[in-house]
Design a protein around this ligand. Structure first.
Ligand code: C2E
Ligand code: MG
Ligand code: MG
Length: 655
């Protein structure tokens, strides 16, 4: 694939601009290079200096020792000439030392300190008077000795030995050491360079891996957040506007589950390309989660321009992506938020964009939601409701209402749908449409669903035992429950404990619940059918309405969504006719939901719909009211009589 090759060769330009790199400390490899060489040079200089100093002392010591021996020999050889004041003999004796190595001058002074005899080179003449002890001319070593004859001091010898040879040897030594040091440094530099190059390459790779998402080659979560922090800081100092978009793919999990992870990865790469193509080169697209992307667009001149850019992003995901395995859709919900208009800090910006994204999702997905302050209030209400819902569960403030379902052909009461109710002590009744999604998101639905299931089974079994006609009880199920491994056991236990026949329980699942995890849904449905429990698709027609799943899901019944029923009888006939034909083809029963008008009921009955449910026939009511309304008091608990719903005033079908 072209993209993979391009990215594999080199981190792309988007990533090169990623802030993680800009904010990272200086690489160790560069610090190592100069540091290493300076340390090696310093070590060599110190070692060299110590060696040279030692060598100097050693050679000087040897030179002095040699000169002392010579001075002693001189003293012996001039004893007689000095005693007899024979200058010529003394000069001859001194002249014999002319080959002594390094000797510059040798002389004898008498006891009066006068020079008695000397041998010296022209530039090294001895003074006429004996110099005080310790006085040494430049460039020589002076050694003295006493001339004695049987404890009588006759005079003194003075010997000057040149240090020139010492200096020459020392210079050679320093030269040698310098050459050796330079060679050593060269080796260190060459080796160091290679090590540095290798380390720098390893560092670059590590840095790339730490900041890049390996599937899309986009900056990862860490790099995206770092860039956002840097861009926000710049926008703040330069007084610019910056837009943050959170993009969440709507049905990515479905693609992963149905087509496999390889296809999912390929789709993500296409999405990454599409998003990158939809923004400016200076903007950043990062992958911050499995199917979540963030886009940082800045600077933007005004809100309108930022929104136009965001609309372009949403638009870029409208067309299907052509993958090797076929065409796939990857529409997204997009949350939009602008700095500094909507948020002042990074935390606020993220949270506002997240709130907007949440609203985009709950408004039906595949759309862009712009952050407005009212959203925060809605989110806060949601958080409060979640807290209160937990309390309501603990304090047993929830109840189940029952809505009747009638046979269209003869008007007989055939079933009930159990619907959860929450009567809030302050806000009054809270709609399930509001609290069920909260319960789903927070996981409370698992507990709630189990509770509704037991309550509904117990209730209908009790009515049944009291002599009511055979009823089917429909219980709604959420996606979260479907994923709960113990849910089938809950169903088995609810049936066993209540004594309700399995065929009298119907579980309602929505299309989106089924499509979230197709394999899991099929496994669950097969287990439920094996128990003898019935299955229905709720709100049919509002989700995927895929013909394929009608074939592979073992369902018994379709519930036509209220939105279609409400268009009847003048509009919507084509869709409802089609659904009825489809259901008939697959051998499924059909329930029409939300029947509010007699004309709708008449049309449905004429079209061959099996069951009707709606306000026209009966609203959801508490169990007592249900029994009161549909139970025949004259015959005890013998049967139901079908009173019209007092609120609608209409009679049930066939009544
Ligand atoms: P649903 O399963 O499609 O339930 C039917 C909804 O339509 C109920 O709303 C019912 O009161 C309403 N309805 C019935 N007939 C009519 C009519 O003629 N006109 C109008 N306008 N509405 C009608 P409700 O009780 O507010 O429940 C809303 C949704 O909340 C349910 O839709 C269901 O998806 C969910 N829900 C309710 N109880 C539970 C539960 O125990 N568990 C789960 N998972 N979801 C539940
Ligand atoms: Mg339902
Ligand atoms: Mg429904």
């Amino acid at each position: 694939m072209k993209r993979a090759v391009r990215h594999a060769a080199k981190p792309d330009a988007r990533h090169a601009a990623a802030p993680g790199r800009a904010l990272a400390p200086a690489p160790i490899s560069s610090a190592l290079g100069t540091g290493q060489i300076i340390a090696a040079a310093a070590a060599l200089v110190i070692a060299g200096a110590v060696l040279i100093a030692y060598q100097l002392l050693d050679m000087r010591h040897s030179l002095i020792d040699g000169a002392k021996v010579q001075a002693a020999i001189v003293a012996d050889s001039v004893t007689a000439p000095l005693m007899f004041r024979d200058r010529d003999a003394a000069r001859d004796a001194l002249h014999a030392f002319r080959y002594a190595p390094g000797l510059r001058a040798v002389g004898v002074y008498d006891n009066d300190g006068n020079l008695f005899a000397e041998f010296s080179y022209p530039d090294s003449r001895l003074p006429a008077r004996r110099p005080p002890d310790g006085a040494t001319p430049e460039g020589v070593i002076t050694v003295t000795d006493t001339v004695r004859h049987r404890d009588t001091t006759l005079g003194h010898t003075v010997l000057h030995t040149s240090t020139a040879k010492l200096r020459a040897v020392l210079l050679r030594y320093v030269g040698l050491l310098t050459v050796a040091s330079l060679l050593a440094m060269l080796v260190v530099a060459v080796l160091g360079r290679k090590t540095r190059a290798r380390m720098a390459a390893a560092e670059r790779k590590l840095d790339y891996m730490a900041h890049t998402d390996h599937v899309t080659r986009l900056p990862n979560r860490h790099a995206t957040y770092a860039r956002l922090a840097a861009d926000l800081e710049r926008a703040r100092t330069q007084g610019q506007r910056l837009a943050l978009l959170l993009v969440d793919l709507d049905n990515f999990k479905l693609v992963n589950d149905t087509a496999g992870h390889a296809v999912g990865d390929e789709l993500l790469q296409h999405v990454a390309d599409a998003l990158t193509g939809a923004v400016r080169a200076s903007d950043l697209v990062g992958r911050i989660g499995g199917d979540e992307f963030a886009i940082i667009a800045g600077p933007v001149p005004d809100r309108a321009a930022a929104l136009a850019l965001a609309a372009g992003v949403t638009q870029a995901l409208q067309a299907p992506f052509r993958l090797r395995q076929g065409e796939f859709f990857a529409t997204a919900s997009v949350g939009f938020c602008l700095y500094p208009d909507d948020a002042g800090t990074m935390g606020e910006l993220m949270s506002s964009a997240d709130t907007a994204l949440y609203h985009a999702k709950h408004a039906g997905r595949n759309r862009l939601a712009e952050f407005v302050p009212a959203m925060t209030a809605a989110t806060q209400r949601r958080a409060a409701l979640e807290r209160e819902l937990r309390r309501a569960i603990e304090q047993d403030r929830l109840s189940v209402h029952y809505q009747p379902q009638f046979n269209c052909a003869d008007g007989a009461l055939v079933g009930v749908e159990a619907l959860l109710r929450w009567n809030h002590p302050e806000h009054g009744p809270v709609s399930p449409a509001e609290f069920i999604p909260i319960a789903e998101d927070s996981g409370l639905i698992v507990h709630l669903g189990r509770w509704v299931l037991r309550r509904a089974c117990d209730q209908v079994a009790a009515w049944q035992r009291a002599g009511a006609p055979t009823l089917t009880v429909a219980v709604n199920m959420s996606a979260r429950q479907l994923r709960e491994p113990g849910f089938i056991d809950d169903v088995t236990r609810a049936l066993a404990d209540s004594g309700l026949a399995p065929g009298r329980l119907e579980l309602e699942l929505t299309e989106s619940v089924l499509m979230e995890d197709v394999d899991g849904a099929i496994a669950f449905m097969q287990a439920a059918r094996a128990l003898g429990v019935r299955l229905a698709i709720d709100d049919f027609g509002t989700g995927y309405s895929s013909l394929a799943y009608l074939q592979c899901f073992p369902i018994n019944q379709l519930k036509i969504d209220r939105s279609f029923v409400q268009l009847l009888p003048r509009r919507g006939e084509t869709i409802v006719h089609a659904i009825l034909a489809l259901a008939r083809g697959f051998g499924l029963a059909v329930v029409a939901e939300g029947v509010e008008e007699q004309a709708q009921l008449d049309w449905l009955r004429a079209a061959g719909c099996d069951i009707a449910q709606g306000f026209l026939l009966g609203k959801p009511v508490p169990p007592d009211a249900f029994a009161e309304r549909y139970l025949d008091r004259r015959t005890g608990l013998a049967g139901f009589h079908r009173k019209p719903d007092s609120s609608s005033g209409a009679a049930p079908p066939g009544a």
